[in-house]
Design a protein around this ligand. Structure first.
Ligand SMILES: [Fe+2]
Length: 304
């Protein structure tokens, strides 16, 4: 196995390994590199859905991203099964657009994700990359006073909040992430449960720092995010079909980059649940979650 770090503070490209046929020794090595680099890219793996699921389950338990999800993975696609492109008014399409903002996966759920994995099945001829940002390095970069101030802050996380901030009127439909369990309250600084390193733990879903006005809170959170997600702490991966990317969601943020949505882009996503000891947060009422309307046309999570 060959591991080549990127030029950024996170990320490494891993070659000369077959993820479909992994020994325990190789897995141990991959896991150690995952903790060190935060993001691992495995070019040209072309894993089957089953093989991707098996690799994902090495990291922990699969998070169910959709009620009808049969296995550890779902497809994130802007194209329907019949070949038509997804309507921009569709809630699933809006979720894909929302993912173009820097975020941490599942922080709006009571149990946030430990890791995320994507496989490229169909990629547009240009653009549509996935970009990652190193929140450990971003934390290390802050001066002592700022670190001390941030250690006392928490923020609520809500997908309803992040989508509405992007101009999408979001309704509860009990599909992906649209639960009605309320908004988790999470500390802004996270200590990694395995490495002990501290990182900034926010993203587009974070809002409403208790003790601050909504405006002051929004300014602080967006300034924090803007300053954190800058070179050399960012790595942008240009997809080739068959690539696998896996990232440590406990210390890495990510976003999709825009592309021509008339071109199909299909990624197979697996998400690994966090541990209750370190990723479970108390939840509080989220008034945006009360508007329940069943969805008849959600194309977001087609896995078959
Ligand atoms: Fe994501």
């Amino acid at each position: 196995m060959n591991v080549t770090p990127t030029d950024a503070t996170l990320g490494a490209v891993v070659t000369e390994v077959n993820l479909a046929n992994l020994t325990d020794d190789l897995w141990e090595s991959i896991h150690a590199n995952f903790l060190e680099y935060g993001v691992l890219i495995f070019p040209g793996q072309h894993l089957s859905e089953q093989a991707q699921g098996q690799f994902a389950l090495r990291f922990g338990n699969a998070e169910k991203m959709h009620p009808q999800q049969p296995g550890p993975s779902v497809q994130l696609s802007n194209q329907k099964a019949n070949g038509e492109m997804v309507d921009p008014e569709d809630q699933g399409y809006r979720l894909l657009k929302g993912n173009e903002g820097w975020h941490t996966d599942s922080t709006y759920m009571p149990l946030a994700a430990k890791a995320g994995m994507l496989a490229a099945l169909v990629v547009p001829p240009e653009n549509g990359e996935t970009e990652f940002a190193d929140m450990r390095a971003a934390w290390d970069e802050l001066d002592d006073d700022t670190q001390k101030k941030l250690e006392g802050f928490s923020a609520y996380h809500s997908l309803y909040y992040s989508q509405s901030r992007d101009g999408f009127n979001h309704t509860t439909d009990h599909s992906y992430g649209l639960h009605v369990k309320g908004a988790p309250l999470r500390p802004i600084v996270k200590t990694h449960p395995e490495t002990g390193r501290k990182s900034i733990y926010t993203g587009r879903h974070a809002y409403g720092i208790p003790g601050m006005s909504p405006q002051a809170s929004e300014t602080l959170l967006s300034d924090l995010l803007d300053n954190a997600c800058q070179p050399p702490r960012t790595y942008k991966h240009t997809w080739c079909i068959g690539d696998i990317a896996v990232w440590d969601n406990r210390c890495v943020m990510h976003r999709a980059r825009p592309y021509d949505t008339n071109q199909p882009r299909i990624l197979r996503a697996s998400r690994i649940s966090g541990e209750p000891e370190s990723e479970l947060a108390p939840t509080f009422a989220d008034h945006r979650a009360s508007d329940f309307r069943p969805s008849s046309n959600n194309e977001f999570s087609l896995s078959s």
